[in-house]
Design a protein around this ligand. Structure first.
Ligand SMILES: Nc1nc2c(ncn2[C@@H]2O[C@H](COP(=O)(O)OP(=O)(O)OP(=O)(O)O)[C@@H](O)[C@H]2O)c(=O)[nH]1
Length: 355
């Protein structure tokens, strides 16, 4: 037989006889029974299709049901949904026929040259008149198939939702870890203040948002700190450094920053536009450290000190300069404070040449 000239009825029967997928007893199958196929082929309109030909696109309105007599049709549901390839005697596009002007849920493209049977509303009405029993059985199957497809889709969407939720949770956890790591690399382990890296990053951020105006810089250095270590041990020295850090933490506001630059040297960047404002911070730090040294301790044995005296050098932050210049000026003042015996605050006057 020349298959190209064969009518829809004979072609599909040929193919079906060897097709194990043709299981009409399965209610959800898209394969027509022999009786259904014969009737559809008799009443429907044959239509030839070429490989690659688009029958309809997703979203287009349609009213036609198609049965494949010969060849194959690919249904592409888009996004990450699984595509389907339908073969002889299988039908598709039934919602268009049943609902009328239904937006197609897939692209339908011919995978090979073939022959289809089209059923529009008028052909379907003739089908109902001719064999109501067969038609109602077909309709039940078609509807069940739609329902099962919907349920499958809902299951897939739920799974996808769970996957998305899990991905989101892990993203939150990673972001949290990253924030913690970033915080750690900015922080001095002993005192919990910013370390030098934290200060550098803070200054970069301030410069980016133009927030370095109206700030004062204080350099704070412990007096004769080596002696504390030598006489009472390194742990006692650590404790003294932590006490100094506590004083600095107690004076900083939300926009200020306290930092341990290294060893027994600290710095404060505070919001203060005038010398007197900056020096108030400096005096407070010196007198608080002094006051703590006189806190009475109990017991006969020689107690390690809670704190040691500190010296402070202070200056205003100059917008036109950078950290090295600010540091050099505050350091010159600090040097002067140390030379004058320590335990005091010194303002950076024009006469003090950076060392
Ligand atoms: N306990 C302790 N000591 C430290 C730490 N880092 C640095 N040091 C010690 O701090 C001491 C600093 O000594 P110096 O720079 O001579 O300072 P100083 O003894 O305070 O001398 P002046 O500043 O001139 O009064 C050194 O002995 C360092 O070993 C630390 O994290 N813990």
């Amino acid at each position: 037989m020349n298959r190209d000239n064969a009518g829809p009825a004979s072609v599909c029967e040929l193919t079906k006889s060897g097709s194990p997928s043709a299981a009409p007893s399965d209610v959800a199958t898209a394969v027509l029974t022999d009786a259904e196929y014969e009737l559809f082929a008799e009443l429907g309109r044959p239509r030839r299709v070429d490989a690659g030909q688009v029958l309809f696109r997703r979203g287009e309105l349609g009213t036609t049901l198609f049965v494949i007599a010969r060849g194959a049709i690919d249904l592409d549901f888009g996004e990450d949904l699984v595509s389907k390839r339908l073969g002889p005697c299988e039908f598709f596009g039934e919602l268009g026929l049943l609902i009328g002007d239904h937006a197609r849920s897939a692209d339908a493209i011919a995978a090979s040259d073939g022959l289809l049977i089209e059923l529009r509303h008028e052909e379907f009405e003739r089908l109902v008149e001719r064999d109501p029993g067969l038609t109602s059985h077909f309709l039940r199957r078609a509807i069940l198939r739609v329902v099962l497809n919907e349920q499958g889709l809902i299951r897939r969407l739920r799974r996808r939702n769970q996957d998305l939720q899990a991905a989101l949770d892990s993203l939150y956890a990673t972001t949290h870890q990253l924030n913690q790591t970033e915080e750690l690399i900015r922080t001095d382990e002993l005192t919990g203040l910013y370390n030098r890296r934290g200060l550098t990053l803070h200054l970069q951020e301030c410069r980016t948002i133009g927030a370095v105006q109206g700030m004062g810089l204080l350099l704070i250095d412990c007096d004769r700190f080596k002696q504390v270590n030598d006489e009472h041990g390194h742990l006692a020295g650590d404790r003294v450094l932590q006490s100094v850090a506590s004083i600095l933490r107690s004076v900083v506001g939300p926009d200020d920053i306290a930092c341990r630059l290294g060893g027994d040297e600290f710095c404060l960047l505070v919001s203060a536009g005038h010398r007197d404002d900056v020096m108030r911070f400096a005096e407070f730090i010196v007198t608080t450290a002094q006051g703590l040294m006189h806190v009475p301790r109990h017991g006969d044995a020689v107690q390690p000190p809670l704190i040691c005296p500190v010296s402070v050098g202070a200056c205003l932050v100059d917008l036109g300069a950078d950290w090295n210049d600010w540091y050099a000026r505050a350091d010159a003042a600090l040097y002067q404070a140390k030379r004058s015996g320590g335990n005091r605050a010194q303002w950076q006057d024009a006469g003090l040449v950076p060392v």
